[in-house]
Every structure is written in structure tokens, then in C-alpha cells.
Design a protein around this ligand. Sequence first.
Ligand SMILES: C[S@@+](CC[C@H](N)C(=O)[O-])C[C@H]1O[C@@H](n2cnc3c(N)ncnc32)[C@H](O)[C@@H]1O
Length: 305
Amino acid sequence: MGSANGLLKGWKTAGPRLMILIIIVLQALGLGASWPQEPTQPRIDEEITKQEKIYRSQGADVPSGYVTGRALSDYLELLSSSFCDALGTLSSSDRWLDIGAGSGQAILDYYAPEDAPPAQKCAGAGGKVRAVAMSIEDRRTDKWQQRAASLGDERIRYLSGKRLRQYSAEELGKFQIITDVYGGFSYTEDLSVFMEKTLSLLDIGGVFYTLAQGVHLEDGKEKPNTWYLTELVDAAGRDVKVCSWLKKTTCVKVSCESKADWRPPIEAFHVQKICNDVTVPPLEPLHYQAGTPPERRFKLVNRAE
Ligand SMILES: C[S@@+](CC[C@H](N)C(=O)[O-])C[C@H]1O[C@@H](n2cnc3c(N)ncnc32)[C@H](O)[C@@H]1O
């Protein structure tokens, strides 16, 4: 890690503690200090506009951190360990949605021609599932177009031009597996709405596989100087782990795999829908700063609020 980067990360983790100290001192002096104003909605809107530019970027303008062509092997490394086997148990009439698919490389690898060099394709005896790649911007390559045409029968589809929440249930249908690797789950400014929409598209028994980097890990084993990218707090301002928040959702079974040795640390989530009455604990955005992925902070809101 570069030293400037390290210093920056150190400052970011020390910042809140320093701020608390300043507030305590000011209050002791009777100066009535309070928390600095959280960014207001117009500020968040400004950052969303910057984020849109990242989505639309092409060629040399694409920021280096905005990776849109991860292979299926990357998905296998990043997602929960059961992902490949789960795909392998499905049949050719089942469906896989990849939210935030970028160029759709993971789906292309899964659908590699039989004579392609041996690769982990995760296809079981039941054949290959129908796959839908979703991306805000169209990042299809010639390879995608050719493969889609040669497979025919809409075995692989690519949807672009809008965000997940803008699709109706009828447009998308139901899925047995949904993945999201640095897609909407990492980029949305409205995480609870995103989760609710995603879970509404799963069949009962279906699984949502996703991940988040720079979060408070379930096993608490991240390094002390971790730069948190997605933070959740409760109404009293106390940290809430993303895994704990997901586990408060009704009608799902959640397991979390902490990957503390990754830089930054990663948590992989396996969220299985077990009944239809899904309610995701609502979150309110407090902070959003455009990036790859963006820096976000959310507050858990009481349903009564
Ligand atoms: C960094 S790329 C990741 C691409 C791919 N998963 C990979 O790992 O190479 C982010 C992708 O998420 C998509 N995305 C972000 N927010 C989204 C949302 N709310 N709905 C649908 N797609 C979204 C972007 O359009 C883009 O395709």
C-alpha cells in the first residue's frame, strides 16, 4: 500500500474519533457543538450525477477501478463458495439474472462453446440455465453479439438502459439464481429498495449471491486501518454490520463469508428466499460519494418513523 494512501486511510478511520473528541471539548466549554451537517439530498444528487458519468464512460475515460469484464472464475473466487454447485443443480429451463453484469463476460464463460479450453463452467447434468445480464449502460462486445446469435432462443439476454428498480415484475419474470458482483448492491444509493426489488424477483428456494467490500465483517476480523466503503448505523449512530442488517429481513436465510485477507476486505452474502412475505429493514442514505464503488453510509430507520 502506498504511504499516501495509507495516511489517507488512517485519517479516514481516525476522523470520527477526532470529531467526537472535538465535540466533547466544545460541549465542555459550553459552545453547544453538534455533529456537522450530514450531506443533504442536493449533495447526494450531485454525487449521483458524477456516478452517472462513470457509468457512461468509454475508452480511455473509464476509471481504472471500474472493472466491467470479470470472468466467471472471478465470480467463483468472490462469491460464496456454494455458487458454482448451485448453478450446476439447475435445469435448462431455470433462470439466472446477473445484476450489474458489465460486458457479461461471466455469462459468456458459462456459455463457452463445448470445444473451448476446459474451464469451470458450473453447468450440471440438467444443462445450462437461461441467463440475463443487466447493466445500466450497454457494454456488450462483439463476442456477446455473436454468441447470443449462435445460441438463439434467447438463451442469453442483455438488458440495459435503466436500473434494476425501473423494471416491472412482468418485464423480468422470476429467477432461481441472482448474482451481483460489484453491481447494484455495491453502487446503489438506495440499498434497502434494491434488496427488496432483488428478492421480489427470486422464486421460493432461489438464492441471491452478492458481496460488499470495505464493510464491517461478520467475523470482525478486518484490519484495524480498514477504509470502510459501505457503512450502516442504527438510529443511535452505532455501527451495524451489513450481514446483521440482511439477517433482519423476513422470509430469507442469510449466510455471510468474511474474506478478511482481501485488500480491501470482502464479505460474500448468500441470501435464500424461503417464503413470499419478504420485508427488508428500511435504510435511509446519509452519505454518497461517487466512486468505483462509491462510498456510502446509511441509517436504519424505524418502521414507525
Ligand atoms: C463495476 S461494473 C461490474 C461489472 C461485472 N459484474 C464485473 O464484475 O465485471 C458495475 C455494473 O453494475 C451496473 N449497475 C450499477 N448499479 C445498477 C443498478 N441499480 N441496476 C442495474 N445495474 C447496475 C453498472 O451499469 C455496471 O454494469
